[in-house]
Write a protein that binds this ligand. Structure first.
Ligand code: HEC
Length: 189
């Protein structure tokens, strides 16, 4: 009797395992490069918006408790949203993740954040006009990539007040909701 129950349990466990495996496989089969890029980006964009609105905009611009500064260590200040984003991207790269991402702009405060490839330039131009993501493929160093460029918009007053006033910013007329740059995301194909 006991043996039979054990056997039944083992069988159902095996069936469950197969169900899980096949579920995982069909989910993976159903995901296009675009779906994966969009999913990764939705997490990045949400975290970036939450950090800017709930931390930087609230504490710096509204309650005037603490500033955000690129020299955050010396100034004992908040990390800039762009630094928060880059530190995350660097950690992802250190972990050896298959994808990579960065924040760039046609009007960069930091010249390092200008477009470096033709696809990046074309992507930034396109998203500034359409305000919609730009998808393409590119080959870099012999590796083919699915590359997506997502609009990075002014989602808080802190975005525009800081950029418009920054001495190294090539623009001082950003408005709320406007595309200020783009997130480039690459998936090897
Ligand atoms: C307190 C100042 C400050 C705030 C707030 C801020 N930025 Fe920036 N931003 C900067 C600085 C400085 C850089 C360059 C930092 C670096 O690369 O280390 C930068 C970088 C960027 C870049 C990359 C291109 C460039 O200009 O170098 C984009 C795009 C960008 N910010 C958009 C935004 C958006 C959108 C928001 C709001 C969600 C925002 N920024 C909030 C100061 C700020």
């Amino acid at each position: 009797m006991e043996k039979r129950i054990k056997h039944a349990l083992r069988l159902s466990a095996a069936a469950l395992g197969v169900a899980c495996l096949s579920g995982a496989a069909s989910a993976a089969d159903g995901w296009s490069y675009k779906d994966i890029a969009d999913a990764l980006h939705s997490v990045m964009e949400s975290d970036r918006t939450v950090y800017t609105r709930l931390i930087v905009n609230r504490l710096q611009n509204q309650e005037k408790v603490i500033k955000a500064s690129e020299h955050w260590k010396d100034d004992k200040a908040l990390v800039l949203p762009a630094q928060m984003f880059r530190y995350g991207a660097e950690m992802v790269a250190e972990k050896g993740a298959k994808f990579s991402y960065s924040l760039i702009s046609e009007w960069p405060v930091n010249k390092q954040n200008a477009a470096k490839t033709e696809v990046e330039s074309a992507g930034l131009k396109a998203i500034a006009e359409t305000k919609a993501p730009y998808y393409t493929e590119e080959t870099l160093g012999g590796q083919k990539y699915f590359t997506a460029v997502y609009p990075d918009k002014a989602v808080a007053k802190a975005c525009i007040s800081c950029h418009n006033a920054h001495k190294d910013s090539p623009r001082d007329d950003f408005k709320m909701g406007e595309v200020m740059g783009g997130v480039v995301l690459r998936l090897p194909m």
